[in-house]
Design a protein around this ligand. Structure first.
Ligand code: MG
Length: 270
């Protein structure tokens, strides 16, 4: 198990991320980023200069809104039908960008997977995921779905239905809490064989009084996840991938400080 950081092109500088005490992580790409040869060379050079390993390129899309659960349902991943084709094309492009850096995994939020397997959205999303898996496999990559927006059993059934060996999970324990989809450790017990990467993030359960609200993200160790038991569960399953500290607040100075502390905290549990 190796500690890393989830960081973003256009927001973070690789030397600054490395100064937080890590030498691996996951590189996030916003939908607005132009994936030109120059952009690719810039990141490739930075990785070589800092001797930094990028385990995953994480793909986000233009027009996504994480304000509350209804906004996520309407805008995130492959569920909104009006942007489906464009986002499928973009994900292939991100896979090609990752391949140009020698990165062996891509990941994204595909959105809320419907419960009903005969639902038109379920079938459309399953077919997109199959095509993206096949594209990623042709470059020796895994394609990981991030947890949180559906219960573990729904995600597991979706993975089995999709039937692609390189379809994996990027396990984010805080999302399970923030979306109120289930206890993250119980979810991990079910999903562990498919987990290829993990996020170390923390948060509180959604407030019951406000329907559709998400829980509040917290600095690592201060939320409801129970980070020590999460690390224990990863160890118990013999997990050998990266555990990437993720902090999503807008105050950049505070965010970097929180990540630095989280890296130290994680190190004490490993
Ligand atoms: Mg995450």
């Amino acid at each position: 198990m190796e500690i890393g950081v989830m960081f973003w092109a256009g927001r973070d500088d690789l030397a600054e991320i490395k100064s937080l005490g890590v030498s691996c992580g996951q590189l996030g790409i916003r939908g607005s980023a132009g994936l030109t040869p120059e952009f690719s060379k810039k990141w490739k050079d930075a990785m070589a200069r800092e001797q930094f390993r990028v385990a995953t390129v994480v793909c986000a899309y233009e027009g996504e809104d994480y304000a509350d659960i209804p906004a996520v349902q309407k805008t995130v991943g492959f569920i909104p039908s009006s942007t489906r084709a464009e986002r499928e094309r973009r994900t292939r492009e991100v896979s090609d960008f990752a391949a140009s850096l020698g990165v062996e995994g891509i990941a994204c939020h595909i959105g809320f997977v419907p419960d009903d397997r005969s639902d038109g959205d379920y079938i459309a999303v399953r077919d997109i995921v199959r095509r993206i898996c096949d594209h990623a496999a042709s470059q020796g990559q895994t394609f990981a779905l991030e947890t949180g927006q559906e219960p573990a059993d729904v995600l597991l059934r979706f993975i089995n239905d999709t039937g692609r060996g390189n379809l994996k999970i990027n396990f984010d324990p805080a999302n399970m809490v923030l979306y109120g989809t289930g206890d993250p450790i119980e979810a991990l017990e079910l999903l562990a064989p498919h987990v290829v990467s993990a996020h170390a993030k923390d948060g509180d359960w959604p407030p019951r009084a406000i329907p559709g609200a998400l829980g509040m993200e917290r600095p690592l160790g201060e939320g409801a996840v129970g980070i020590p038991r999460f690390i224990e569960a990863l160890k118990r399953h013999g997990y050998g991938g990266t555990v990437n500290v993720e902090r999503e607040i807008s105050d950049q100075r505070q965010r970097l400080e929180d990540i630095r502390r989280a890296v130290t905290l994680l190190r004490s549990y490993l």
